[in-house]
Design a protein around this ligand. Structure first.
Ligand SMILES: [Zn+2]
Length: 328
C-alpha cells in the first residue's frame, strides 16, 4: 500500500482548509505536511485512518489485516433507519467496513502492532467487530512480542448493538490483562474525542497513556454532566491539559512528535538489538513547532541509520529501493 504520496482524496475540502479554531485559511497540502496541525494556533484537526497511518508509521510499512470483518445487525435495530442500511451507507462513504483498523507497522524502524479508530465510521463507536479487532491486535502483539499502539477516537459503545457492544469492554480488558501479565507494552494515544465505553475500557488500560493537545476525553459528555449535577464545570474540563494536571494522562504529545515519542518509549521499555531496527523510510517533514526538542535521540538514531533527513520524495525513493532489494 502506498501511503507515501499525498493523494488528492487525502486533501480535506479542496485546495484550502479553514482552521475551525482560529479561522486561518491554510493550503491543504501544507496542512497535510504539517500533520494537520494549524500553523497559527496549533489546533489539531481530525484525521482519517490513512492520514493517521501516514503520520505515525514509516512509509509503506503498514500492513493492514482483518479488513473483511463485517458487523452484523443481530438485533435488527431500527431508529431513524435500519442499522443494516446505515452500516452499508457508512462503509460506502468511509471506504472501510468498521470503525477500527489494525495491522503491523513500523515506527522509526521499530515494528509494532497499530490500531487506529475511525471517528468517521458511526462516531468511532465500539461494536462487536471493534472489540474483536482490538482483541486480535492484542493477541498479535502478544504472539510476536511486539509493542501495541492504539489510537483512540470514539463516541462510546454502539447503541445499535445493545448489550453486545457493552460486552466488548470486558472482552478487550481481559485480553489486555493477559498481555500485561506477559509483560507486553501497550501505549494508548487518545485523540479528540475519546469518550464513553472506549474511555471506560481499553483506552485507559494502557501502560502509557498519551493524548493529543486539547482533546476531549471523558466518559459522559460535559453537557450531560452539567445538566445532571447542575453546577458550573471548571474551565478546560475533560480536556487533555485538565486531565494531565490531575494525573489521568502520562503526557500530552503534539501529533508531529508522536513517532519520536513512541520510538523512545519502545527503546526504554521494550528494547531490542540494534539490528532489529529497520532504517525508517518515512518522509521527513520539516518540524513545525518552535524549538521543541521532541525525539532528539530518535532523530539521531534515524539519521544514523538513514544517513540524512531525506526530503519526502527522496525518502520515498529510498524506500522503494529497499523493497526492490528485498524482492531480489
Ligand atoms: Zn488555527
Amino acid at each position: 500500500m502506498a501511503w507515501v504520496r499525498f493523494r488528492k482524496k487525502d486533501m480535506p475540502g479542496g485546495l484550502w482548509t479553514k482552521c475551525p479554531s482560529c479561522g486561518e485559511m491554510i493550503f491543504s497540502k501544507e496542512l497535510l505536511e504539517n500533520f494537520k496541525i494549524c500553523k497559527k494556533c496549533s489546533h489539531h484537526m481530525n484525521t482519517t485512518v490513512d492520514e493517521r497511518v501516514l503520520f505515525t508509521c514509516d512509509a509503506d510499512t503498514f500492513d493492514e489485516l482483518y479488513t473483511d470483518l463485517t458487523p452484523v445487525d443481530r438485533l435488527q435495530f431500527v431508529d431513524k433507519g435500519s442499522y443494516g442500511d446505515k452500516l452499508k451507507a457508512t462503509a460506502k462513504k468511509v471506504g472501510r467496513l468498521e470503525a477500527m483498523t489494525i495491522g503491523y507497522g513500523r515506527v522509526l524502524g521499530r515494528e509494532c502492532v497499530l490500531g487506529v479508530m475511525n471517528f468517521q465510521f458511526l462516531g468511532g463507536s465500539m461494536g462487536v467487530v471493534v472489540g474483536e479487532k482490538v482483541t486480535i491486535a492484542v493477541e498479535m502483539a502478544l504472539e510476536r512480542k511486539l509493542p501495541l499502539v492504539l489510537v483512540c477516537s470514539s463516541g462510546g459503545a454502539r447503541m445499535h448493538e445493545g448489550a453486545l457492544s457493552l460486552m466488548q469492554m470486558a472482552k478487550t480488558c481481559a485480553a489486555l490483562a493477559r498481555f500485561g501479565d506477559a509483560g507486553g507494552l501497550y501505549v494508548a494515544i487518545l485523540t479528540d474525542p475519546t469518550t464513553g465505553g472506549v474511555t471506560a475500557s481499553f483506552a485507559t488500560m494502557a501502560d502509557v497513556i498519551l493524548a493529543e493537545p486539547n482533546a476531549l476525553i471523558g466518559f459522559a459528555g460535559p453537557r450531560v454532566i452539567q445538566n445532571t449535577i447542575r453546577q458550573e464545570l471548571p474551565e478546560g474540563f475533560q480536556r487533555s491539559e485538565f486531565l494531565l494536571s490531575r494525573g489521568q494522562l502520562d503526557r500530552i504529545v503534539r501529533r508531529d512528535e508522536i513517532p519520536q515519542t513512541l520510538f523512545k518509549l519502545f527503546e526504554y521499555l521494550v528494547p531490542v538489538a540494534p539490528e532489529q531496527i529497520v532504517a525508517p523510510t518515512r518522509p521527513r517533514f520539516e518540524a513545525s513547532s518552535n524549538g521543541h526538542d521532541g525525539g532528539d535521540k530518535a532523530d539521531k538514531a534515524a539519521k544514523d541509520k538513514s544517513g540524512s533527513r531525506l526530503p519526502a520524495e527522496e525518502g520515498a525513493e529510498a524506500g522503494k529501493d529497499e523493497k526492490k532489494k528485498k524482492k531480489k
